[in-house]
Write a protein that binds this ligand. Structure first.
Ligand SMILES: [Fe+2]
Length: 259
């Protein structure tokens, strides 16, 4: 009798409205392991709109040699995507408001720092990620070099690095240096496993986490985002905890922080 309910596709609810902006996703098609087409991007954006996001900043991978992206090409592709999906009179939401990068701290990273060759989130923040398998060698020097160039750094999904616990002295050191942390929304529902889920909440409880991001890659992630909008613990978190996503494009968002 309730068969039609069982098969009714669940729709996202606007749980993430307080965030406003998604600062981490892979919706620029064809440049990394994210979206493969405008259609796939569109399907993901529909869910993000239902989930409460008003704006999106695309952050394709820059990772040597797997994703040898180049800033000029990324900017051109983003302009085309924006014309196709958000062009004048288009009803498509959310707005694609910017393109930056998720920069892997790898063997090519020192060269990037040297050239100061980065696209920044909100024209201000440098989003970086580490390998999921091994710790960065010489991380202190990398962070020092970034600070010498006055970069304000956001570390993507600290909860996903298996070699860091939520009480890691290395992560504590990054916080002491003023590095911002961005947890993946899907970690909060166990999309990457129980360990990442536990660490995500523990880091939030410690006051370490300034940003949430979807890290949306494709429609599989979009389905999981729908589930996240209905998760009671996630709903409570968004009601009680202030994240800084919506301030990422403000000129002076973080008066209490001094990097
Ligand atoms: Fe990512």
């Amino acid at each position: 009798m309730f068969d039609f309910l069982k098969h009714k596709p669940k729709k996202a609810i606007p749980t993430f409205e307080p965030l406003g902006i998604d600062i981490h996703c892979h919706l620029l098609p064809g440049v990394d392991d994210g979206s493969k087409s405008n259609e796939e991007t569109l399907a993901c954006m529909q869910v993000m709109n239902d989930a409460g996001f008003k704006s999106v900043i695309c952050t394709p991978h820059y990772q040597y040699p797997r994703f040898p992206n180049e800033e000029t090409d990324i900017l051109n592709r983003f302009d085309s995507l924006r014309i196709d999906l958000n062009g004048e009179g288009s009803p498509v939401k959310p707005q694609l408001i910017g393109v930056a990068g998720e920069y892997r701290v790898d063997s090519g990273f020192a060269d990037r720092i040297q050239k100061n060759q980065f696209l920044l989130v909100g024209n201000r923040f440098l989003l970086v990620e580490f390998s999921l398998h091994q710790q960065v060698i010489g991380l202190d020097q990398v962070m020092f070099d970034l600070q010498m160039k006055n970069h304000e750094v956001i570390l993507a999904h600290p909860e996903r690095y298996p070699y860091y616990s939520s009480s890691s002295s290395k992560l504590q050191r990054l916080k002491d240096m003023g590095v911002y942390f961005q947890v993946n929304i899907l970690s909060l529902i166990g999309f990457y496993g129980d360990g990442s889920k536990r660490k995500a909440y523990e880091m939030i409880d410690k006051g370490w986490v300034e940003f949430l991001g979807t890290d949306m890659h494709n429609t599989l992630y979009a389905q999981a985002l729908i589930d996240a909008t209905h998760d009671r613990k996630v709903i409570k978190l968004l009601e009680t905890h202030k994240f800084l996503n919506s301030e990422v494009t403000s000129p002076q968002p973080f008066k209490t922080k001094n990097i």
